[in-house]
Design a protein around this ligand. Structure first.
Ligand code: 5GP
Length: 210
């Protein structure tokens, strides 16, 4: 991965179930991106480790951090709070570390609005179809179909924010999707022009919203 002195910030957002977490892990494993570990008030899932997947904290601790202005961004998602703590991020970026953020559209909008001097590239990941998304959501540890249905309703709202991202990528095939993201990152770092078929994305979004 080419680097120019300072690290860059990569944001990946997606409606729940579009495969973003896997992509974040791949970028970290293969390209050496450092994953920003968020703070959250949600309960850990059975496979999650405190300090690795998230810093799991209480609502009170989260409120304290808000009051002390410790968050670069924070948001309420599915009735829980999630936030990116400022600590370390800028030190790491100055050292040349590339950082990847797995955050929602609200947090992305907050970071974008800060107009930071560090390079920021934002990606919105979409599923290939509503049917596949519903299947993915129903196959999770949350077996409850009702939860999958709730998340589909969220999907209809989340998808509206695609326009605020630099790139929208369809996750039809994980490796292909990964390669597309990497190409955009490399092109951006090397100052190449955006090679991106926005008309195709618009059509896909229309289909997803039907
Ligand atoms: P989950 O509970 O499934 O891990 O995450 C739910 C949503 O919260 C995902 O869309 C994820 O990207 C988002 N999220 C995770 N960490 C943060 C964060 O620090 N800030 C914001 N704004 N969203 C986050």
């Amino acid at each position: 991965m080419p680097l120019k002195n300072e690290g860059i910030m990569i944001v990946l957002s997606s409606p729940s179930g579009a495969g973003k977490t896997t992509l974040v892990k791949l970028l970290s494993e293969r390209e050496g991106f450092t994953i920003s570990i968020s703070h959250t008030t949600r309960t850990p899932r059975s496979n999650e480790i405190n300090g690795k997947d998230y810093h799991f904290i209480s609502k009170e601790e989260f409120t304290n951090m808000i009051n002390k202005k410790e968050f670069l961004e924070y948001a309420e998602v599915f009735q829980n709070y999630y936030g990116t703590s400022r600590s370390n991020i800028f030190t790491e970026l100055n050292k040349g570390t590339n950082i990847i953020f797995d955050i929602d559209w609200q947090g992305t909008a907050q970071i974008v609005s800060k107009k930071l001097e560090q390079k920021l590239i934002t990606f919105f990941i979409l599923p290939p179809s509503r049917e596949i998304l519903f299947r993915r959501l129903s196959n999770r540890d949350m077996k409850d179909k009702l939860i999958a249905e709730e998340r589909m309703k969220e999907f209809d709202k989340d998808i509206l924010h695609w326009k605020n991202y630099d790139y929208v990528i369809i996750n039809n095939d994980l490796e292909l999707c990964y390669k597309q993201i990497l190409k955009h990152i490399n092109d951006e770092i090397n100052g190449l022009k955006k090679g991106y078929d926005i008309k195709f994305i618009e059509k896909h979004i229309k289909r997803l919203m039907q």
